[in-house]
Design a protein around this ligand. Structure first.
Ligand code: SF4
Length: 320
């Protein structure tokens, strides 16, 4: 075999140096994007906490962990917030092992132990109860989640927690809003904070402002040991799937639509809807005074074009 010529050798050294420089530039870019993503997640969780007064001095918060990307992300960001928070509060991670076939029971305890986080695993075979009560082929989710809720409240009481944190995000909230409108005939979403139905606990959703896509990227970056959510064998809620697809299609065709719809949830005008329980239409009287609340009855509504760049802030594509 011929030895490479001097020029060929120089060329290969130059190529290698170029490749290394490109690799380094790529690594720097990824690091920058991850840093931006982390900042955005912390800012949005902080925004929800302060806007809805979710966390107060002395709170003992049970962080509900399903083993999905959202609950891992929630715990991760809450731990970061705790380090910088001006108030002192405690976090206890809780997972309910529902005895679904193939549930990898060691994954969460191992992860939480390694992270040094206080945690509790509650084992209750709700899977058998649901299987027993619900006929084959029917969806099991409603009974399953009712049982789960009851158990989680009981565990919160035993652990002396006053709040339960759930990992629902902005996209879950929008989906729920449309589900209620399309299938339930109600203008009703998923609140960022609500009292538990037994009145004993506050339920909070610290990811209320966070986009699902950002949670997926964070999970990929942090390499969370995700537990699949299909172990129970129940069909996914087809109506929710349908709504999710609809919202994604809209966003693709009209970038910024998700952000606008989400703003709308925080900007309700009861006097311009039709719920007489929220607005006293019957007793509305002529005042003779101009009012900004009044209708410009004959004018077409006009809307500013969405600021797509600003609205895309939450859906920035980060290749990790
Ligand atoms: S998907 Fe399975 S685990 Fe989740 S609520 Fe439905 S039945 Fe329960």
């Amino acid at each position: 075999m011929n030895a490479p010529t001097h020029n060929a050798w120089l060329e290969s050294v130059a190529d290698e140096a170029e490749d290394q420089a490109a690799e380094k530039a790529k690594a720097v870019k990824i690091e920058r994007e991850v840093h931006k993503l982390e900042k955005r997640l912390c800012r949005q969780v902080g925004q929800a906490i302060s806007e809805f007064n979710m966390i107060e001095e002395g709170d003992r918060i049970m962080v509900c962990m399903s083993g999905g990307k959202d609950s891992y992300g929630m715990l991760d960001i809450l731990l970061k917030m705790k380090q910088r928070a001006p108030v002192d509060f405690e976090l206890i991670a809780v997972n309910l092992d529902q005895k679904q076939p193939g549930f990898p029971a060691e994954i969460l305890p191992t992860y939480l132990k390694n992270m040094g986080i206080p945690f509790h695993i509650e084992t209750q075979d709700t899977y058998s109860i649901v299987k027993d009560k619900i006929p084959e082929g029917k969806t099991m989710c409603s009974l399953c989640s009712r049982l789960r809720r009851g158990i989680l409240y009981k565990v919160a009481g035993q652990l002396k927690c006053n709040k339960l944190a759930l990992g629902h995000h902005r996209d879950d909230m929008l989906q729920t809003f449309f589900l209620n409108m399309f299938f339930g005939g109600k203008l009703k979403g998923m609140p960022p904070k609500l009292l538990s139905d037994n009145g004993e606990f506050m339920v909070i959703r610290p990811l209320a402002h966070v986009a699902e896509a950002d949670l997926s990227r964070w999970a990929e970056h942090r390499q969370f040991p995700i537990i699949p959510c299909t172990l129970c064998g129940s069909q996914q809620n087809l109506q929710r799937v349908q709504i999710g697809n609809m919202i994604r299609e809209w966003q693709k065709k009209f970038p910024g639509r998700i952000e606008n719809m989400f703003s709308a949830l925080q900007n309700v005008v009861p006097s311009h809807l039709m719920d007489a329980k929220l607005h006293d239409f019957k007793n509305l009287k002529i005042t003779g005074l101009p009012s900004d609340e009044g209708d410009k009855a004959f004018d077409e509504e006009s809307f500013e074009a969405p600021n797509v760049m600003a609205s895309l802030q939450g859906v920035q594509v980060v290749k990790l």
